[in-house]
Design a protein around this ligand. Structure first.
Ligand code: ZN
Ligand code: MN
Length: 444
């Protein structure tokens, strides 16, 4: 029996704009006195008309572009009907069949590609507060968050483990922050996660798919991981017990209890929502011109993957590139050094990989003269082989048992000696030179 989890993710991101999605109220709602940032539009009063927020739509498109989506020439808003006290209008303005962006992807470090189905624009709801007033259980509603611009990023169910899901989420989080459309602060609910999970079970009788489950509103990467892992286990057990397979009608919604570390049923098929989408009559459809898309594309900063690729092109090993690409002060130093060279390969005998590794490991104080420190750290090791040979000889003498292992054919113990020698030279020696000296001395 082979078990393959099929995991998709819906991610909601609150955009950082001055005003809300369809009115002029401030969008910055966190920690504000309840119901002080509202107006007829975001309270859904009769006759109020929504006016779309241009900055928010541009941010939505930037997210799409950063995730390799196409920005669609034709888009529109739709009404998604549902009755819940945090939604004053009785519907949410969202996008149904013509979202701003679709058809993108994001690459994991393994090289695996995760498809992005769509990136669409919508509005946030108010917040419910369940509490006790004068001994009576009540639910209070705060509409400050109602109408705050929200972007929903929907992936394809291309992830097959909780660790892939976590990597995907971290990358989305980093991209959102890099393009500066939101702080994506999870603790403030600025990024909320909804994993969709089912499982493909292959046995003698063929392939079976378990019913689809959507896990609602998770606010941390680790809870998402735990919820997915629990759900995978639960679905396998459930299938073994009941044999029930996925149908178009048996999708359920579950919540995650982070204290008990379990998912629990919220809505089953009987209560499944029929959102009765229809085009928002108060907002005309959009035609997005190519010039607008190109302008937004030009405004995007370098994305994490591009920064790493650029460093690798400069000669930096990927593992070091990943340690420094998001440290602006290190990148500034590299810019200066690279700009002094015609071919982006630094002159002055600087080994840029070595320089980056020294900066990444804190051996160089970036606030002081970097080149001088680099020179003093690297000179000894590279020029003085006699001194290095003595250091290596001492280490070999101190470790007869490991030398014996080497003589028995375990040649990878050279790595141990390189490590010890790097320690003894405080990382100032060239590992390749060391490795040669060590091999020479070991065969003597
Ligand atoms: Zn308002
Ligand atoms: Mn949504």
């Amino acid at each position: 029996m082979k078990i393959t989890p099929l995991i998709g993710l819906e991610v909601h991101v609150e955009l950082e704009t001055k005003s809300k999605m369809f009115c002029g109220c401030p969008a910055d709602h966190f920690g504000k006195v309840p119901n002080t940032q509202t107006c007829p539009v975001c309270l859904g009063l009769p006759g109020a008309l929504p006016v779309p927020n241009k900055k928010a739509i541009e941010s939505c498109m930037k997210i799409g572009l950063a995730l390799n989506c196409s920005v669609n020439r034709l888009s529109k808003f739709d009404r998604k009907q549902y009755f819940y006290p945090d939604l004053a209008k009785g519907y949410q303005i969202s996008q149904y069949d013509q979202p701003f962006c679709s058809g993108g992807f994001l690459n994991l470090d393994s090289g695996k590609t995760i498809g992005i189905e769509r990136v669409h624009q919508e509005e946030d709801t108010g917040k419910l507060q369940h509490t006790v007033l004068n001994g009576e259980k009540v639910t209070l509603v705060d509409f400050n968050r109602s109408g705050v611009p929200l972007v929903e990023i929907v992936s394809k169910p291309d992830m097959s483990s909780s660790s892939e899901a976590k990597e995907y989420l971290k990358k989305i989080h980093e991209i959102i922050r890099t393009i500066e459309v939101s702080n994506a602060d999870m603790e403030k609910g600025q990024m909320r996660l909804e994993p969709t999970v089912n499982i493909c079970i292959e046995d003698n009788s063929g392939s079976h798919f378990t019913p689809l489950v959507e896990i609602k509103n998770i606010n941390s990467f680790n809870f998402a991981v735990q919820a997915i892992e629990y759900e995978v286990k639960r679905q396998v057990e459930e299938f073994e017990k009941t044999g029930i397979e996925k149908t178009p009608n048996n999708k359920t919604t579950r919540g995650y209890d982070s204290v008990k570390k379990i998912t629990f049923l919220q809505r089953s098929k009987e209560e499944a929502k029929d959102y009765r989408y229809f085009p928002e009559p108060d907002i005309p459809p959009f035609i997005i011109e190519n010039e607008v898309i190109e302008m937004l594309r030009r405004e995007l900063p370098l994305l994490p993957d591009q920064k790493i690729a650029d460093l690798v092109k400069l000669g930096v090993e990927e593992r070091f590139a990943k340690l420094v690409y998001n440290r602006q002060e290190v990148m500034n130093v590299l810019d200066v050094i690279a700009s002094k060279n015609d071919e982006a390969i630094p002159a002055n005998d600087i080994n840029i990989n070595r320089l980056v590794s020294l900066m990444a490991n804190g051996k160089i104080d970036i606030k002081k003269d970097v080149i001088a420190q680099y020179d003093s750290l690297t000179k000894v090791g590279i020029t003085d082989t006699t001194q290095l040979t003595q250091i290596v000889q001492n280490i070999i003498d101190d470790n007869p048992s490991i030398v014996a292992e080497y003589k028995k054919g375990k040649i990878n113990v050279v790595g141990f000696f390189v490590g010890q020698a790097m320690k003894a030279t405080k990382g100032s020696a060239d590992p390749k030179t060391l490795s040669t000296i060590i091999s020479d001395l070991l065969v003597k």
